[in-house]
Design a protein around this ligand. Structure first.
Ligand code: NAD
Ligand code: TYD
Length: 355
């Protein structure tokens, strides 16, 4: 297999490449194409490059650059695509949607066109998407694969658009596509603009923990390694034209999750008796802030299809996943400092007008 991974220097792409080469039965080659936006970090895979010479190659390129992408497909004789590259942060899409339209829609269209032109070489085009395309749930119910699309943010609308294009290329051109729509991921290498790494780093630094609105919005949390194993199963065994929902069976209100992170850090490194009276918990740092516009209330995935058809289940209990994630951020201070000195700092200053 000559597997083209797009966005492999981002959070899930990095974990997927590490998972495939270190933990799975994969024996092929990986070509990682990443533009290295603020969210991409080639150092994530520096050790992989050394450990798997000849099986891993990195090319810096923009998926919207059709000539360059066609050249990469030809140079590496690509037969399988796993497409992660995207602008991925809802809050950024609210502030400036342009890059979301370009990368998520035009970039995906571009990859589909190149794939269509090489259809006889292509065994699989797997598109990574999100449960956010389905919009918001009320108190009851779950997203299934046939739930109608009702995206709320520019991010989710751009992902919905790309999903439709991928399906249309199957229906019209018989391109061998699969899609997965998954819930919120967490784990190592996640850019600390997203809820879990942001809360971990702020709690470790004793900074305020900004919870949007009343903190009662619900997300279904999935440890990133479990997501990676689902993607690999779909690439190997998924049926052409099919969509698989992937979730963690782990619904939590944001406030409960933030409290869980505080408790885990408190018990790992102790409360701080100097800072908060009587050794209060880091929960004292929680600060309710202005809500996100168009904030979806609840996401929850019904993953019956991938469980029954492909035999996949999420394996990581949230307590274990959160503890592993906290450990990773504590043990990778250099990574954290490098990431925080760049675009993160600008973003946080913009969000909270402070450093
Ligand atoms: P991320 O923001 O951490 O990484 C995105 C990567 O794509 C970065 O390395 C970036 O440099 C690269 N990229 C961006 N624009 C590019 C372009 N034009 N050309 C080439 N590379 C480009 O994102 P992530 O959290 O790893 O998400 C990966 C995929 O999974 C996305 O498609 C996202 O929509 C989807 N997804 C993410 C989550 C989640 O919880 N993180 C949940 C569901 C679905
Ligand atoms: P996020 O990690 O941005 O993922 P998504 O918006 O794709 O679900 O946010 C997860 C939830 O946490 C979402 O309900 C918004 C909320 N949130 C906060 O309360 N505070 C924050 O600082 C961030 C980044 C998110």
């Amino acid at each position: 297999m000559n597997l083209l991974v797009t966005g492999g220097c981002g959070f899930i792409g990095t974990n997927f490449i590490r998972y495939l080469l270190n933990k799975s039965d994969f024996t092929g080659q990986i070509i990682n194409v990443d533009q290295l936006t603020y969210a991409g970090n080639p150092e994530n895979l520096a050790d992989i490059e050394k450990k798997f010479p000849g099986r891993y190659a990195f090319v810096q390129a923009d998926i919207c650059d059709s000539d360059k992408m066609a050249e990469i497909f030809d140079d590496h004789d690509v037969d399988t695509v796993c497409h992660f590259a995207a602008e991925s942060h809802v809050d950024r899409s609210i502030v400036s949607p342009d890059d979301f339209i370009k990368t998520n829609i035009i970039g995906t269209f571009n990859l589909l066109e190149i794939s269509r032109n090489r259809k006889n070489r292509l065994a699989r085009f797997h598109h990574i998407s999100t449960d956010e395309v389905y919009g918001s749930l009320g108190k009851d119910g779950y997203f299934i694969e046939s739930t109608p699309y009702q995206p709320s943010s520019p991010y989710s609308a751009s992902k919905a658009s790309s999903d439709h294009l991928v399906r249309a290329y199957h229906t019209t051109y018989n391109l061998p596509v699969t899609l997965s729509n998954c819930s919120n991921n967490y784990g190592p290498y996640q850019f600390p603009e997203k809820l879990i790494p942001l809360m971990i780093l702020n709690a470790l630094e004793e900074k305020p923990l900004p919870v949007y609105g009343d903190g009662k919005n619900i997300r279904d949390w999935l440890y990133v390694d479990d997501h990676c194993s689902a993607i690999w199963k779909i690439i190997q065994h998924g049926k052409n034209g099919e969509t698989y929902n992937v979730g963690g069976d782990c619904e939590l209100e944001n406030i409960k999750l933030v409290e869980m992170i505080c408790d885990a850090i408190d018990s790992k490194i102790g409360k701080n008796p100097d800072k908060w009276r009587n050794g209060e918990s880091r929960k004292g740092l929680i600060k309710f802030v202005k809500d996100r516009p168009g904030h979806d209330q609840r996401y929850a995935i019904d993953a019956t299809k991938i469980k029954t058809e492909l035999g996949w289940t999420p394996k990581t209990p949230v307590e274990t996943g959160i503890a592993a994630t906290i450990n990773w951020y504590m043990e990778n201070e250099n990574w954290v400092n490098r990431v925080k000195s760049g675009a993160y700092r600008e973003w946080m200053q913009r969000q909270y007008q402070s450093d």
